[in-house]
Design a protein around this ligand. Structure first.
Ligand code: 5IU
Length: 259
């Protein structure tokens, strides 16, 4: 019988420290939930991170939508990450040539490489983008996800795009730990497959977002982590909602283990 590896088994296999920490956290906290904390003030971001922190393995930020950003914010957020044991993932979606993304990652107002454990990048510009990001991130033990497939209707990442993205990742596996994707790209247990566009029922929003359920993502499509934004941030009680997604995601994982 083919045995499916647990998150704990995969933590032992991984060589990248961020992937190791991530899989260990998922096993220990029994969660494959990433919160997309798409709120627009520092206070809201910190409140959400502290309240939902016990239920997540990753907190995903869009730091450039915070209207009152001050460097203190990322300092306080880092403390909450340590307190609750989650990783910070700035969803910056770098998409330029290597030389430009190096500056965008390390400098500017946000100095992303100083505080974000994980960043992501489009594969579109070619391997130079990963090389540029790596020049900044590798010495700081940071990790990168490549965007292989998107959740939005009509997106152009189709055909062989995901396969080419996988190949790019394989050539930089000291820095790239996995993918933002809608389906599993590889059976190699080292890769982390992370999926946005998740709600408790299928559906869409008015701007092309398309939602799958935790069970479809984790059990049917065999991805590892669900990213949930408005399903939690727009719920009446964000902690109750986070618990519901944590349970749905983890039960789907346990079901997949039985397959
Ligand atoms: N996100 C997607 N789809 C993608 C990628 C990123 O939704 O293909 I790449 C981001 C956008 C948003 C979050 O920050 O994930 C999903 O938020 P909602 O759960 O509120 O739709």
């Amino acid at each position: 019988v083919k045995r499916v590896l647990t998150y704990g088994d995969r933590a032992k296999l991984c060589s990248h420290s961020v992937a190791k920490f991530l899989f260990t956290t998922m096993e220990d906290k029994q969660t494959n939930l990433a919160l997309s904390a798409d709120v627009t003030t520092g206070a809201e971001l910190l409140r959400l991170a502290d309240a939902v922190g016990p239920h997540i393995c990753i907190l995903k930020t869009h730091i450039d939508i915070i209207s009152d950003f001050k460097p203190d914010l990322v300092h306080d957020l880092s403390h909450l990450a340590e307190k609750h044991g989650f990783l910070i993932f700035e969803d910056r979606k770098f998409a330029d040539i290597g030389n430009t993304v190096k500056h965008q990652y390390s400098s500017g107002v946000y100095r992303i490489s100083d505080w974000s454990h994980i960043i992501n990048a489009h594969a579109l510009p070619g391997p130079g983008i990963v090389q540029g990001l790596k020049e900044v991130g590798l010495v700081k033990d940071r990790a990168c996800l490549l965007i292989a497939e998107m959740s939005s209707k009509g997106n152009l990442a189709t055909g062989d795009y995901a396969k080419a993205t996988l190949k790019m990742a394989e050539e930089h596996d000291d820095f790239v730990i996995g993918f933002i994707t809608q389906s599993k790209l590889s059976n190699d247990p080292n890769w982390v497959h992370i999926t946005p566009g998740v709600k408790l029922t299928r559906g869409k929003d008015s701007l092309g977002q398309q939602y799958l359920t935790p069970r479809e993502v984790i059990c049917d499509k065999e991805c590892d982590i669900i990213i949930v934004g408005r399903g939690i941030t727009e719920a009446e009680d964000s902690v109750v909602a986070a618990k519901a997604f944590q349970e749905a995601g983890y039960n789907a994982y346990l079901e997949r283990m039985q397959k």
